[in-house]
Design a protein around this ligand. Sequence first.
Ligand code: TRP
Length: 331
Amino acid sequence: MKTILTGIKPTGQIHIGNYLGAMKPAIEACKLSQDTSYLFIADYHALTATHDKATFQEMVYEVAAAWIACGIDPKKTVVYLQSDVPEIFELAWILSCFTPKGFMNRAHAYKAKIAENEQNGKKDLDFGVNMGLFNYPVLMTADILAFDAHEVPVGEDQIQHLEFARDIAQKFNNNYGETLKMPNPIKKGEAKLITGIDGRKMSKSYSNSIPLFAPEKKLRKLVMKVKTDSLAPEAPKDPEGSLPLEYFKEFATDEEVKIMLGRYKEGVAWGDVKQNLFEVMNREISPMRQVYDDLMADKSSIDAVLKEGASKARERSQDVISRVRMAIGKR
Ligand code: TRP
């Protein structure tokens, strides 16, 4: 048995970078697995950065609807909200007592914040850092360990967090004996980063992303904006590092990619490449967009899925937390 677990932090509109880098591989892995899989929305992780009530609520629904719309099989995969599973937070506290503070000082997100403050000439390098942000990796460790997860498919930028999870589990086990299961690190090739339409990493903060469920017209408009060189239509195009081709490969069949590579060699207008790109993207996305729009129009259907998910999720996390409580000697 191989339990797959992954979480996604709601940070607003899901973009195709989230979809291709994290959601699609996770959903495919769940389909292949014999065991029950766990996909959850890390809503309390989002609370480290989002303190507006309406925004927070909307973000959570958007992500939940997106997971459901992307085609998970609810019989095999449990979808839930992190905040609906209190065992995670109890475990997070316990684990924090086994986490050297120095580990957290080395966390990428925290270090980036410090570097930003330094650059902006702030006297207090911890400016804007709340304890939630600082402890983020401990909570993530609890998300994983509370479910005895074996495999955690995540993007490249989350690999360090997985290493923390293993280190923390090891420290706990060294003290109490084998209690927590070691989650397996992701093999490098499996996690990928998706480039934004301007050529930088796709990120909400760069405004260079393509929202997964953008209406068709908007999707087409964004695809037309994807960065290319300015060679004339008849000039042969270099496939190496070509952004429209990078996206195309994600959505097209092998046969379609072969044809496209032939057109690059002969020379093809960027407008034609992008039109073709739009078509293959929309082919995959439009049925999901329909489900997504329906869910967002009736949020009670989302609530129902999450409620059932939480109750199934807790069956597993309650087992784990009982083991942990016994191990530490709680009466
Ligand atoms: N930190 C992850 C991200 O930003 C989200 C996340 C939270 C997660 N807890 C997790 C991913 C546990 C995998 C497992 O994308």
